[in-house]
Design a binder for this molecule. Structure first.
Ligand code: NAD
Length: 464
């Protein structure tokens, strides 16, 4: 990465860090959260729970009324639903009125940062920055939580804020980046107990942001030397995960080509993990959501801008993005090897969410599996107990069933794309036999392979 201009010269000392993490007694502030999605709404509730006065600024009217009625948009997250319902009507107010920004002490940006054709799309954060700049007041602390490539807070957000308002960062207002690490569906780790990293434009910016998070989060708040360092930590931790998943997928493909079972290989590797602490991932039809498949492209983009060779990262992202196609081909081979054709089969696709037990199907590889299977099979039936809407024209002809057993009854072949608990519980060898399922492809290696084969159903998993 090229030189970064005017980054804070030294790290905040360990002494300051301890001092900053002493959890100073909270002075109630007016906190604004821009974007009330998977990241912003839990943060809004956390800040309100800890005693701040919170204003959520959102574009979606239906989300605004849900939040004000204390109805959780995350049906499956019981802990969050309970927390939201307990927030006093005056402590958290959702609105679409951006002029409220002028009344706030702290403004946190939590809007999407997707990629389009693997190119980071900054339009949402730039639009939020424009709205903040229109209402920026001296003394305010602005924090970007959305995931971005290194340099965006300083090079893209800061100029909008300074130019429009005429105010100077570090003197009149403060700007920092504190990337979110939330893991939707995770019952152990949530916004209130996740360690965070913070990087400010100046040390004062960092210190103010560290203070804010220390007051509301019961975990380590780590100050870094610059906004760029905090941005890189976030995009790199998800790139790291992408690469680990690619390693697992590559191992599964090799294992399969040699007639081995990847689960036995992982079992063997575990003995090394136990003594030496290797980090392993599980193979499958590929990572989804708005983090792991996308954030690696933020790093790739920045590295290429700096003239660096990104083949290693490109290869990882490409392999993961190709896994759904590999899996559908393996599924087809399974059927063909038994003298049948997918074009004669009614296929039940189980799971649309990108990971188990959540309702989020954004960038889900299950949707790509659905598109391919809708072209190859006689009939495709979709099922997901949690995902409400699927936005894909290409699979709109597929039928949706609500009841899992109806899907099993109507299908000759099953493709499992998401390891929802319902599937782990009900896709037993007995039920597959009972409903005459002939073939099953386990795209998440989550089923009882040996029991299913012993029951006479033809099974294949990813690399097993
Ligand atoms: N979802 C995750 O698991 C996760 C985890 C860590 C980081 N992140 C990052 O956090 C950011 C937000 O992700 P998310 O999953 O919460 O997105 P989301 O789509 O769930 O929510 C974003 C919300 O922002 C609103 N919005 C968009 N533009 C706006 C604007 N100009 N003003 C006000 N509201 C606006 C949208 O209506 C939406 O409700 C992204 O950068 C993402 O990469 C997400």
């Amino acid at each position: 990465m090229g030189p970064v201009i005017s980054v804070a010269k030294k790290r905040i000392s360990e002494y300051d860090f301890l001092k900053l993490n002493r959890k100073p007694s909270l002075i109630k502030k007016n906190v604004g959260i821009i974007g009330l999605g998977y990241v912003g709404l839990p943060l809004a509730v956390q800040a309100a729970e800890k005693g701040h006065q919170v204003t959520g600024i959102e574009l979606s009217d239906s989300l605004i009324s849900k939040v004000n009625l204390r109805e959780s948009p995350f049906a499956n997250d019981v802990r969050f639903g309970r927390a939201l319902s307990k927030i006093h009507p005056q402590s958290l107010i959702a609105t679409s009125n951006f002029s409220e920004i002028a009344k706030l002490d702290i403004v946190v940006i939590c809007v999407p940062t997707p990629t389009t054709n693997n190119i980071p799309d900054l339009t949402y954060i730039l639009s939020a920055a424009e709205k903040i700049a229109d209402n920026l007041k001296p003394g305010q602390l602005i924090i970007l939580e959305s995931t971005v490539n290194p340099g965006v807070t300083r090079n893209n957000i800061l100029p909008i804020l300074e130019k429009k308002s005429g105010l100077k960062v570090g003197k009149d207002f403060y700007l920092a980046h504190c990337p979110e690490r939330i893991d939707p569906g995770n019952k152990l780790w949530f916004v209130g107990n996740l360690n965070r990293v913070v990087g400010g434009i100046s040390e004062e910016c960092t210190a103010r942001a560290v203070q804010f998070y220390s007051e509301i989060i019961d975990a380590k708040i780590i100050p870094l030397g610059s906004t760029e360092e905090a941005e890189f930590v976030k995009s790199w931790e998800n790139s790291h995960r992408n690469v680990l998943i690619a390693l697992a997928n590559q191992a599964a493909i090799i294992s399969d080509s040699m007639g081995m079972d990847i689960n036995n290989i992982l079992h063997g590797l575990q003995s090394k993990v136990d003594q030496f602490g290797l980090r392993l991932a599980s193979p499958g039809i590929g990572p989804g959501g708005h983090c792991i498949p996308e954030d690696i492209h933020y790093v790739i983009r920045k590295a290429r801008e700096n003239g660096l060779d990104t083949r290693f990262l490109d290869g990882s992202a490409d392999l993961n993005d190709s896994m759904y196609g590999y899996a559908v081909n393996e599924f087809e081979k399974l059927v063909v090897s038994d003298g049948n054709k997918l074009s004669n089969m009614t296929v039940g696709l189980l799971g649309l969410a990108y990971k188990e037990n959540i309702e989020d199907a954004r960038r889900s590889p299950a949707l790509q599996v659905a598109e391919k299977l809708s072209l190859k099979s006689k009939r495709l039936i979709l099922h997901d107990p949690l995902v409400d809407n699927v936005i894909s024209n290409k699979i709109k002809l597929a039928k949706r069933e609500e009841d899992l057993f109806t899907v099993l009854k109507k299908s000759n072949a099953i493709f499992v794309a998401t390891a929802h608990s319902e599937y782990l519980e009900l896709l037993t060898p007995e039920n597959l036999v009972k409903f005459n399922v002939k073939y099953i492809y386990d795209g998440r290696n989550c089923l009882d392979k040996h029991g299913i084969i012993a029951a006479g159903v033809i099974y294949k998993g990813v690399g097993r």
